[in-house]
Each structure stands twice: as structure tokens, then as C-alpha cells.
Design a binder for this molecule. Structure first.
Ligand code: NAX
Ligand code: ADP
Ligand code: K
Length: 443
């Protein structure tokens, strides 16, 4: 963000001009949400507070009854200028009475430590007493780069991100404190390889498509057939043309379209899935090694990740995609430093695989430094078997696209959308029914 701001300054934009633009964009969003409801704007000592003074002036110009409460003096040149353009009274944050709308412009990206306990408690009180609450750039108390909470933070109805989403807008725990995210355009371009995962554009099969051109997925079964079954069924609804289930035991799949093979037949396979229900014994490891040695692109999930964590990758071909949850991730990669995005990127770089680091804030990272963060996933996904569905989808999209990063992004998006469509209290099997609608919406 600082580099992007500097690039704008280099083209002649000045510091205060950027603050006026940011304040105007934020004031517009607040105006649309609250109109003439009275507002209390909390202004901190830095440029976040400066934004607050600009917002206050512009809302007052529109007829809103605005009061300002500041936390000490304004310490930056721009925030002092914004403050001097405000000719109304300035109250003290610790004693100001609540208002219908609360606007938190105490601290943004410059926060270096948690708020003093009394200030944080006051922020929480004023926010709870308001009908609607807006955080400017970030809720004060949130660490911008990691999404950690450095002090107590209230839940905000809206968080207005200035110029670009920062990691904290998308990563947990911070993201859960922002009911709705609004992105305010402040006219600067962000040079970043990290994106908020957006809806993919998918293609319907062409007129000359046949089952093999659409992609054959081989799904390797093991000792827990239920998990494999969920994966195979998801792969069959991913847009791929053919799913072969490799199982030497009876697997109760629902779809007759899924073709069984007792041996590890990878003929024509564009992607292989190994891990869900695989087991962790020697026979499971032998199967995993056989898949890796076959040399084609494969997705490793669940038990395959446990086995790799125990036995190492050696000189085996690395998976095209790995889909670890928190526990599997730390077993595989140890205690890495930095935000969840940093850790996912480090894991992707060291393994050479696309890593889908799952959770309420799934991060998809590629060895070349690209990353995408999926926010807003349904918490109802925290139910057994949804990871098996995701792994099947990832393998299916890999067979369709041949591009691991794209496939992983598409799979996470479709999985999240299928969950939204399934509503509350679904079981993993229910996602199989909503997947085709999720795909249809992206054609
Ligand atoms: N040119 C710019 O830099 C722009 C910045 N903008 C705004 O400016 C914000 C960043 O401004 P700043 O870098 O001034 O930082 P902040 O306004 O976030 O606050 C930093 C100030 O607070 C102090 N501080 C940090 N943690 C504290 C704590 N827990 N208790 C007490 N004091 C603490 C710091 O020493 C510093 O003086 C952005 O989030 C955004 O809202 C926008 O106005 C757009 C333009
Ligand atoms: N609280 C949550 N909010 C949103 N998504 C979640 C949450 N918990 C888990 N998920 C998602 O649900 C899936 C669970 O996968 P996983 O942990 O492998 O479960 P399982 O092994 O039972 O299939 C992942 O896609 C994960 O991102
Ligand atoms: K803020």
C-alpha cells in the first residue's frame, strides 16, 4: 500500500490530496448507508484520524448532525491540515456520548500495538451503543498485515477499505469483525500478486467435446470408502468428462457414471486424486508412491498429506495441488512465520505445489508467488467430509484446465458457492446436489 501511495505521489498527487480523496470516498459510502442519522466520528492521531476529519466535514456539508471525538493531538502534517479545515467542536473520545452512527477513524495501517485497554473498551461501548458502525480502513486494534487482534475490537457493520484490501480484511480472526466490506477507490493502483478470490469464468464444453477432452480424473480409494466416495462424486460434478474410481474393495458410489477399476489404471488421466479415505498404513503409502511415481499431475489431500508429513517427499514427484487444513499444514511445513498468506506462499515455494491452506479464510498459493484469499465462506462448511468434496472438485478442475493454480481457485470458489446454496445445517453430501448450480452460475 505504501509503495502504491508513493507511486501516486511520484506522479504529482500530494499526501493531503489523497486524504481528501479517501475521505470523500468513505463519506459517500457512509452517506448511502446512513443518510441523515447523527454520527460520532472518532479521530486518532495519524492519517486515519485525518480521514475522519475529512469525512466529518463532508457529512456535515450534507446536513448530517456530526460530532467529532479525538484521541489526543493530530500528529501528521496531513491530519493537522484536515483538522484545521474542521471548524466545529472536538470532544474527547473517553467522554463523548454515543450517536446513531459510529465511525472509527482512530487507527488504520499505522497501528503498532494494541489500543490502551480503556480506549479499546470505550470504542466497544460506543460501537455497541450505535445503530450502525463503520470502520475506516480497518477496525482499530486489528493488525493490518496478519489479521491478528492486538486489543479488543467491536463488531463493525461495515469496514471501508481504502484503496485496496489488506490481509486483515480477508484473514481470520479480524475478518469476522467486519460485517460487510466496502472497497473505496482512491485512484491508486495496487501492484500486488495477492488477490481476493473472485468468481471464476468457466466454459461450457464445445460442440466437438468428448469425455476425454473434458478431462479424465482418477480417484484412488483406500480403507475409508465414504471419503473417497464423496471425492469421486464431486469430481463427477466438477465439469470433468470421466471419473475412474480406483478401488480393490466395494465402494458404494451413487453414480453409475463413475467407472471402477481394481488396478491403478491411470491411462488417459489428466489428474489423479489421492488421500481422502486412503488410510495411513504401508499399503496406503505404497499406493501414494505409485501415484507419485506415475509422474502425472495429482492432488494430495487428507491421509496423503499425513503420509508425506511422516515420510517426506524424497525424490517423488510433488503434488500439483495440496489441500491441507491447519493441522495438516503445520505437520507438513512446521511453524512458519508471518500471516496465513505468507505461510501459504512459503509452503508453496518450498514444496513446488499449489497449496490450498483451508479454513474460514482459505488461502490458495502458487510457487511463483501468486495468491488468492477466499473470504466469507459459510461456517456451516465446518462439517465432516466437506474437505473430501473440495479435493474431488480440485482434481476435477485440474483435469479440465490443466492449470493447478486456476483449478484450485475455481474449486475453492465453487465449493464456497455450493455451500451458500446449501444453506444451514447441510451435510457434505448435500454439496453434491448444489454444485451443478454453482457451475451454471459461472458459465
Ligand atoms: N498518504 C497516506 O498515507 C494515506 C493514508 N490514509 C490513511 O492513513 C492511515 C495510515 O496512517 P498512519 O500511517 O498515520 O497511521 P494511523 O493513523 O493508523 O496511526 C498511526 C499513529 O498512531 C500511533 N500509534 C500506533 N499504534 C498506537 C496505539 N496502539 N496507541 C496509540 N498510538 C498508536 C503511531 O505511532 C502513529 O503516530 C491509513 O489506514 C488510512 O486510513 C488515507 O488518508 C489515504 C492516504
Ligand atoms: N469455520 C469455517 N468457515 C468456513 N469454511 C470452513 C470452516 N471450517 C472449515 N471450512 C472449510 O470446510 C472444509 C473442511 O475441510 P477438512 O477440514 O479437510 O474437513 P474433512 O476432512 O472433514 O473433509 C474446507 O474447505 C474448509 O476451508
Ligand atoms: K480505523
Amino acid at each position: 500500500m505504501r509503495a502504491a501511495e508513493q507511486a501516486a505521489f511520484d506522479t504529482g498527487v500530494d499526501d493531503y490530496g489523497l486524504m481528501e480523496t479517501a475521505g470523500a470516498a468513505a463519506a459517500e459510502i457512509i452517506w448511502r448507508a446512513g443518510h441523515k442519522r447523527d454520527a460520532l466520528i472518532l479521530c486518532g492521531p495519524g492519517n486515519n484520524g485525518g480521514d475522519g476529519f475529512v469525512i466529518a466535514r463532508l457529512l456535515r456539508d450534507r446536513g448530517v448532525a456530526v460530532r467529532i471525538a479525538a484521541l489526543g493531538d493530530s500528529r501528521t502534517v496531513s491530519s493537522q491540515r484536515a483538522r484545521s479545515a474542521w471548524d466545529g467542536p472536538v470532544e474527547d473520545v473517553m467522554t463523548a456520548a454515543p450517536a446513531g452512527q459510529l465511525v472509527d477513524a482512530l487507527f488504520g495501517t499505522g497501528l503498532t500495538r494494541g489500543l490502551d485497554e480503556a480506549v479499546a473498551a470505550r470504542l466497544c461501548h460506543l460501537s455497541e451503543a450505535a445503530t450502525t458502525s463503520h470502520a475506516i480502513d480497518l477496525p482499530s486494534g486489528v493488525d493490518s498485515d496478519s489479521g491478528a487482534l492486538l486489543s479488543a475490537v467491536p463488531h463493525f457493520d461495515v469496514c471501508i477499505a481504502l484503496g485496496a484490501y489488506k490481509p486483515a480484511h480477508l484473514l481470520q480472526p479480524a475478518a469476522a469483525y467486519m460485517g460487510r466490506l466496502a472497497l473505496a477507490d482512491i485512484g491508486i493502483a495496487m501492484p500486488t500478486e495477492v488477490h481476493h478470490l473472485g468468481a471464476p469464468a468457466l466454459c461450457a464444453p464445445g460442440a466437438n467435446a468428448h469425455k476425454y477432452t473434458r478431462g479424465l480424473v482418477a480417484v484412488v480409494a483406500g480403507e475409508m470408502v465414504g471419503a473417497t466416495c464423496l471425492s469421486a462424486e464431486a469430481a463427477a460434478r466438477s465439469g470433468a468428462g470421466y471419473v475412474r474410481l480406483i478401488a480393490d474393495v466395494a465402494v458404494p458410489v451413487l453414480s453409475h457414471a463413475i467407472v471402477r477399476s481394481a488396478s491403478l489404471d491411470l491411462d488417459r488421466a489428466k489428474a489423479v486424486l489421492v488421500g481422502p479415505g486412503l488410510g495411513r498404513d504401508d499399503a496406503a503409502w505404497d499406493r501414494l508412491v505409485a501415484v507419485a511415481k506415475a509422474g502425472g499431475p495429482f492432488v494430495a489431500d487428507a491421509d496423503a498429506l499425513r503420509l508425506f508429513a511422516e515420510k517426506g517427499f524424497g525424490d517423488l514427484t510433488r503434488p500439483a495441488i495440496m489441500t491441507p487444513h491447519e493441522g495438516e499444514f503445520s505437520r507438513l511445513f512446521g511453524d512458519l512465520r508471518g500471516s496465513k498468506i505468507d505461510r501459504a506462499l512459503a509452503a508453496a515455494r518450498s514444496s513446488g505445489s499449489v497449496v490450498v491452506y483451508k479454513g474460514a479464510d482459505s488461502v490458495i498459493a502458487a510457487p511463483d508467488g501468486r495468491a488468492a484469499v477466499a473470504s466469507g465462506a459459510s461456517p456451516w462448511l465446518s462439517t465432516a467430509g466437506t474437505g473430501d468434496v473440495l479435493a474431488g472438485l480440485a482434481a476435477g478442475r485440474l483435469a479440465v484446465t490443466g492449470d493447478p493454480f486456476r483449478a484450485a481457485c475455481e474449486a475453492v470458489w465453487l465449493h464456497g458457492d455450493a455451500a451458500r446454496r446449501a444453506g444451514p445445517a447441510f451435510v457434505a453430501d448435500d454439496l453434491l446436489a448444489t454444485l451443478p448450480a454453482a457451475i451454471a452460475a459461472r458459465l
